[in-house]
Write a protein that binds this ligand. Structure first.
Ligand SMILES: NC(=O)c1ccc[n+]([C@@H]2O[C@H](COP(=O)([O-])OP(=O)(O)OC[C@H]3O[C@@H](n4cnc5c(N)ncnc54)[C@H](OP(=O)(O)O)[C@@H]3O)[C@@H](O)[C@H]2O)c1
Length: 255
């Protein structure tokens, strides 16, 4: 089993690895010695990231996959196991945030958030839990880390579907913890406040996007590296320690 800051010998799967929090977490986990399996849809971004990690002396493999496609993800899980061994860290992180005013809301952004933030989260758990259990049996511990959001427990107008999807992630993780803990699989829910990534760029509603960008005048947003360090901290704890739920906010963000 790895020492306190060393993840050598562990295999980490990162969904949403092509940008933002996932990309930086892949880099940070690889820098501590984990072999990283990179999952997202943009194959060229994953290939470039894998190359960057390899050039830095790490071990990485890209697996371009849409996590809303359960069958494709199952096939990817088998390929990851063949290429790197059973996943002992799964960072279940792919997500999308599409706030829209409820009046006159188009159904498509609501559906997309449910498809990715809830169904994709489920598919990832189902595809990789057998490997986490296998890795925990072999190495003493394994980690499932789900990215929820502080939106899971605060009320932001126009964020209803996103917030509800993240509340799902939080409660799903807490309940899974009760089931997987006895098998030495730790489950952690991350609840970040605002982080400077591509996430905000997908917001179609101009007023919502501008309101969010306006917070930069009073709040220094978190950087994705900040969250990456937390994921490493979680995975590097002694096997008896499960950080179950972590809210991490910019210092000047009230809620
Ligand atoms: N940024 C924030 O303020 C913040 C705060 C709290 C929580 N979060 C959560 O943090 C997580 C990561 O977001 P981020 O901030 O890093 O944003 P980001 O830069 O937009 O990253 C989202 C990632 O999800 C991937 N993705 C999107 N659809 C996918 C699909 N169908 N299949 C596979 N991968 C898919 C994207 O890659 P492709 O487009 O290449 O597929 C991308 O790598 C999300 O769950 C988000 O809700 C973010």
């Amino acid at each position: 089993m790895s020492s306190s800051h060393d993840l050598t010998g562990r295999v980490a799967v990162i969904t949403g690895a092509s940008s933002g929090i996932g990309e930086h977490t892949a880099i940070a986990l690889a820098a501590r010695g984990a072999a990283v399996a990179l999952i997202a849809r943009r194959a060229h971004r994953l290939a470039a990231l894998a190359e960057r990690i390899r050039r830095a002396g790490g071990r990485a493999a890209p697996f371009a996959t849409d996590v809303t496609d359960a069958a494709a993800l199952d096939a990817t899980a088998a390929q990851v196991r063949d290429a790197l061994g059973p996943a002992g860290i799964v960072f279940n992180n792919a997500g999308v945030m599409l706030p829209t005013p409820v009046t006159g809301a188009d159904a498509a952004p609501w559906e997309r958030q449910v498809d990715l933030n809830i169904r994709g989260l489920n598919h990832t758990v189902r595809a990789f839990v057998p490997q986490l259990v296998e890795a925990a049996a072999a190495q003493g511990v394994a980690d499932l880390v789900n990215t929820a959001s502080i939106a899971a427990r605060t009320l932001f107008p126009t964020f209803s579907v996103y917030a509800a999807s993240k509340a799902y992630a939080t409660h799903f993780g807490n309940t899974l913890r009760a089931e997987l803990g006895p098998r030495n699989v730790r489950v952690t829910t991350l609840e970040p406040g605002i982080v400077d990534t591509e996430l905000q760029g997908h917001i179609a509603d101009d007023r919502v996007r501008e309101r969010l960008q306006g917070t930069r005048q009073t709040v220094e947003w978190l950087q994705p590296e900040d969250i990456a360090e937390l994921v490493c901290f979680v995975a590097c704890q002694p096997a008896r320690v499960n950080l179950a739920q972590i809210a991490v906010l910019p210092t000047r963000q009230a809620a």
